[in-house]
Design a protein around this ligand. Structure first.
Ligand code: AMP
Ligand code: MN
Ligand code: MN
Ligand code: MN
Length: 281
């Protein structure tokens, strides 16, 4: 039996709902052997996660999920096996968090204009001193009775053309990959099927990503359907990219994503953890 890998997860350090230690215990209970903690634009949870992994006899892969702006879209790039002590990485992430802080206030102002007061303060309180994500706004709006669940908040308030939407000015692709590679990590395109790109645009994305030193993409993801998995597996094979697998777990509230239960990578894909690039030797 090969080990159970999950290379994409979130803790309270970004928009997950479990503290890093509790996340590692949940992953352990689910049968995960190797977990990457990949919080949005921060590595704050990694030290606590590594300590918990040590106690549980698991392997923690230090990671990050970087927000990138590419062709007027937001793309998520995973940095896997990064050294969180890298000064250039930290400087880059710090700039993204500054944008997040400004954006959170702007989302609050826009929601106020749409008749929803207190959203910035509410979201900031839910973030408990960590980065503020749209997820925190979504939880606050559900709490306040503006929608029945998080998905509905996104659909009605937080996406393009809706009252609380603020367009992203995130990292350039080349910069983000520079930070990841400079920190000894490997760069992967996160949940490629989520971007709803045409096949040709997705190939352009892969082409640029590769020129910047990217080596792989998520084929199996908590947010991919079975069809998405097959499509991305074919793209990966055609483009000679490595394949990764990650739940994108944010906590037990999202009951449709269970830790340790990802489907296997389709035949013909080279798993990133079996490649010469795998940074966790
Ligand atoms: P942000 O990086 O602050 O813009 O927030 C993005 C996060 O919001 C993603 O990482 C997801 O966790 C969450 N998210 C995005 N779209 C949706 C959606 N339609 N329903 C639920 N959560 C979403
Ligand atoms: Mn998230
Ligand atoms: Mn993502
Ligand atoms: Mn994620």
């Amino acid at each position: 039996m090969s080990a159970n890998y999950d290379l994409h997860s979130h803790s309270l350090a970004s928009d997950g709902t479990l503290a890093p230690g509790a996340l590692l215990r949940a992953a352990h209970d689910g049968g995960v052997d190797v977990l990457a903690l990949t919080d949005h634009d921060t590595t704050d949870g990694i030290a606590a996660a590594a300590a918990a992994a040590g106690e549980l006899g698991m392997q923690l892969v230090p990671g990050v999920e970087i927000s990138v702006s590419w062709q007027a879209q937001t793309i998520h790039v995973l940095g896997i096996g990064i050294d969180p002590a890298s000064a250039a990485l930290q400087a880059g992430l710090s700039g993204l968090r500054d944008f997040r802080d400004w954006r959170a206030e702007e989302i609050g102002r826009r929601l106020a204009r749409a008749g929803i007061g207190g959203a910035y303060t509410g979201a900031r309180a839910l973030a408990r001193g960590n980065i503020v994500s749209r997820t925190h706004f979504a939880h606050f709006l559900v709490e306040q009775g503006h929608a029945k669940n998080v998905r509905e908040v996104f659909r009605r308030f937080l996406v393009h053309n809706k009252p609380g939407y603020v367009s992203g000015k995130w990292a350039e692709m080349e910069a983000a990959l520079g930070w990841i590679r400079g920190a000894g990590g490997l760069a992967l395109i996160a949940h490629p099927a989520r971007y709803r790109m045409t096949a040709s645009k997705l190939r352009r994305l892969v082409g640029e990503f590769r020129e910047c030193g990217g080596v792989g993409m998520e084929v199996v993801s908590g947010s991919h359907t079975r069809d998405n998995i097959q499509t991305m597996a074919a793209l990966c094979r055609n483009e000679g990219l490595l394949a990764s697998s990650g739940s994108d777990y944010h906590g037990p509230e999202n009951c449709w994503i269970k830790l340790g239960q990802l489907p296997a990578l389709p035949a013909g894909c080279t798993p990133v953890w079996e490649s010469e690039h795998w940074p966790m030797q």
